[in-house]
Design a protein around this ligand. Structure first.
Ligand code: BDR
Ligand code: CA
Length: 331
């Protein structure tokens, strides 16, 4: 049976790759895309979701406007990382209003209607941006939030360093109050968030070799990926002397479909909301100091080659594992 899912994102370069992967998977029934302010301001993120849907020939998927700013903190986008248009400066043409299923209904209403219209525990959420819209859902309708089957969240870090402060990952840093609220509520209702944090996503590096390989196998899709990741590769070189770019968000989609790709441990997680020094830090009680039941599965190990096998075969619709993959993942 196809897994019903909503993707809550902030496209964003790696969000776009995650959407492309999700749209290539027969295992998923993508009910809608929620766009929350994060990498890009909401309007730009909605437009970028439309550009990805057009490229994938899936303009039938509805896109909903989520929260425009964090709950309490001033909004800080990540266009320095994702380019002036949020898609690596590719400046792809906008999708005309007439072709785009951009919904009038706001995202919280969409969440409420879809979650309450289904049997409990049938719809999951893959959260790839700040958790502000989900936190608004908790404020307005905690019962609907409680009906979410699973939340897979790209966010946070355990042993890894952060990516926007020494200890914090961007999605939780951008709106720490929202992330804290989602972890708190998940704890209250006795469920668990799958935390796909930097410990695992930093091991997903799209290298120039892998990209060249993708272009060889499928010039159109590979060319699109190149267009939107070129800037991101430059950014990684300038910032951390990495050849390639860390593509965080597609791992959350891949893991949602195949749990064997990541492993970790259950723990109680809280998100720091105060001050600036540790703002947004995911505090993982791995030593069980608090003797508190776990509210998260913290992923720490990842099968990188397995991820790229899925990414390439699904996205490029290959019949078998591409032969050079193992070699390219080892380099
Ligand atoms: C996360 O922040 C964003 O820049 C990426 O899209 C990803 O969701 C990584 O910290
Ligand atoms: Ca994102």
């Amino acid at each position: 049976m196809r897994k019903k899912v909503i993707i809550d994102c902030d496209p964003g370069i790696d969000d776009s790759l995650a959407l492309m992967l999700a749209l290539s998977m027969d295992e998923l029934d993508l009910l809608g895309i929620v766009v929350t302010a994060g990498n890009s301001p909401v309007e730009m993120g909605m437009g970028n979701a439309g550009k990805v849907l057009r490229f994938m020939n899936r303009l039938d998927i509805p896109v909903f406007r989520g929260a425009e700013r964090p709950l309490k903190r001033p909004f800080v986008n990540a266009l320095d990382t994702h380019g002036p248009d949020g898609l690596g400066g590719s400046f792809l043409p906008e999708v005309p209003e007439s072709e785009f299923v951009r919904q009038e209904k706001d995202a919280v209403t969409f969440y409420r209607e879809i979650l309450c219209g289904q049997r409990p525990d049938t719809v999951s959420v893959i959260s790839l941006g700040p958790m502000t819209t989900l936190a608004r859902l908790i404020e307005q309708d905690p019962e609907a939030f409680g009906k979410i089957r699973e939340i897979v969240s790209m966010g946070g870090c355990f042993r890894s360093h952060g990516n926007c402060t020494p200890v914090s990952e961007y999605n939780y840093w951008c709106d720490p109050d929202a992330a804290a609220a989602v972890y708190r509520e998940t704890d209250r209702i006795g469920k668990m968030i799958h935390m796909v944090g930097l410990d695992v996503t930093r091991r997903i590096v799209l290298t120039p070799d892998l990209l060249t390989y993708m272009k060889r196998l499928d010039p159109e899709i590979g060319g699109f990926v190149e267009k939107i990741t070129d800037f991101y590769m430059e950014f990684h070189w300038e910032w951390e002397h990495l050849i390639g770019c860390v593509i965080n968000d597609p791992l959350a989609v891949a893991y949602f479909v195949d749990r064997a790709l990541c492993s970790g441990f259950e723990s109680y997680v809280q998100i720091e909301t105060e001050g600036d020094l540790a703002r947004g830090q995911s505090v993982v009680d791995s030593m069980d100091f608090y003797r508190h039941a776990p509210n998260a599965i913290v992923l720490t190990e990842v099968d990188t080659e397995g991820f790229f096998r899925m990414f390439l075969t699904k996205l490029l619709r290959l019949r078998e594992t591409p032969d050079l993959l193992a070699d390219l993942c080892r380099r």
